[in-house]
Ligand binder design. Sequence first.
Ligand SMILES: [Zn+2]
Length: 85
Amino acid sequence: MYNYGECEICNGTLEEKHIQQDFWIRGKLIVVEDVPAAVCPRCGEKVVRAEVGERIAELLNDTNRINAAPTISVPLLEYEVELVN
Ligand SMILES: [Zn+2]
């Protein structure tokens, strides 16, 4: 198992997990599932290995793959502030 070491923020012990990461690419939201990463249980910091980051960059550049991928719909909310007089 790859040793991620300790969390740089709080020195917590990082745990290896598979996470979902979302990216905005040219106005499009793309979600990548099952990304191997280390997550800090204390502060939530996420660390991804360089090779994993490179693979994600490849995936995000693969237009054919993106076009053929299943899509999900997500709630879209508008931030509204109620004015109090
Ligand atoms: Zn931490």
